[in-house]
Design a protein around this ligand. Structure first.
Ligand code: GUN
Length: 285
């Protein structure tokens, strides 16, 4: 039987509609949520992501502003900009688009963002908070995946979860979040010896490696939930995930497509974190 498709685009629309209502309610009470995005250099992919973020903010009534720097800028100038934004009461969320140029210390930059405005949750304090089960704001991509699982009523507690990919943005935080929800978690990489032996055990398989078609039908358990975080541009110009969608969808229980799966949820959860951060400011003021 063919898997149920987890439609990230549809879930994102639903979540964004509820977020717009929350933003409007804050605006009525004199507090418009504000997000500041810092981008250094002219990486084309980063530019596209930042444009998506700005457009998405506009649609749910979040104020957004982009601070652009040439790749030759010194780190201190960017740190000074972050300091100003930390002190700006109109700004409730700050993010620095990654990757930064090689002469930057990314940890130093992300860790100069005020903890309560860290909507990417990349600040080392917030990474530690996640490890100890006390996160205030969750990293956007894994957070979006949890929302998708929840919307489909997919059980996490007691399940075998396998994550392929160990990035700081997806693999590591995803593992911690599933662990926190009671899954038994295995973290693999694309180089794991006999990867299929691990992935075949997974009730929930999350793949974030950037290797198109890495996961084939023989590597998944019948009825499993397959979450594909990969977005790869093929030589023919088409987008493809890390999972061989056509064959795996015939065996899985649930599967996310690429595009239209995890992608739309990442920006949605950034909007959610910005609104959450704004609501907390009110609660604390
Ligand atoms: N670069 C790729 N993904 C992300 C993300 O989620 N946040 C930021 N700040 N940069 C990224």
């Amino acid at each position: 039987m063919s898997a149920e498709i987890i439609n990230g685009k549809l879930i994102a629309q639903e979540v964004r509609s509820a977020l717009k209502t929350r933003a409007e309610s804050l605006i009525e009470r004199g507090m418009r949520p504000g997000l500041a995005v810092i981008i250094v250099g002219d990486d084309p992919a980063s530019n596209i992501y930042v444009n998506y973020k700005v457009k998405a903010c506009r649609k749910v009534c979040i104020h957004s502003e982009v601070h652009r720097f040439p790749s030759s800028v010194g780190q201190d100038e960017v740190l000074a900009c972050i300091q100003d934004l930390n002190e700006n009461p109109q700004i409730h969320g700050i993010l620095v688009q990654l990757p930064l140029p090689a002469h930057f210390d990314s940890n130093k930059v992300t860790t100069s963002i005020a903890i309560e405005k860290d909507v990417d949750s990349f600040h080392l304090y917030n990474v530690g908070a996640l490890v100890s089960g006390n996160a205030a704001l969750l990293p956007c991509t894994p957070y979006g995946i949890l929302v998708m699982l929840d919307k489909h009523g997919i059980q996490i507690e007691g399940q075998q979860a396998v994550i392929v990919g160990r990035s700081n943005i997806v693999g590591k935080p995803m593992s911690l979040m599933l662990l926190e929800k009671g899954a038994t978690v295995t973290i693999c990489t694309s180089k794991t010896k006999d990867l299929a032996a691990h992935t075949r055990n997974a009730d929930i398989l999350v793949v974030a490696t950037g290797r198109p078609g890495l996961i084939t039908a023989d590597m998944v358990k019948a009825g499993a939930t397959i979450i594909d975080v990969g977005i790869n541009r093929l030589p023919n110009g088409k987008l493809a995930g890390d999972v061989d969608f056509e064959s795996v969808k015939e065996k899985a229980g649930y599967i996310t497509p690429v595009p239209g799966g995890v992608g739309p949820m990442t920006i949605t959860m950034l909007l959610s974190n910005t609104i959450e951060a704004t609501e907390r400011t009110r609660a604390g003021s």
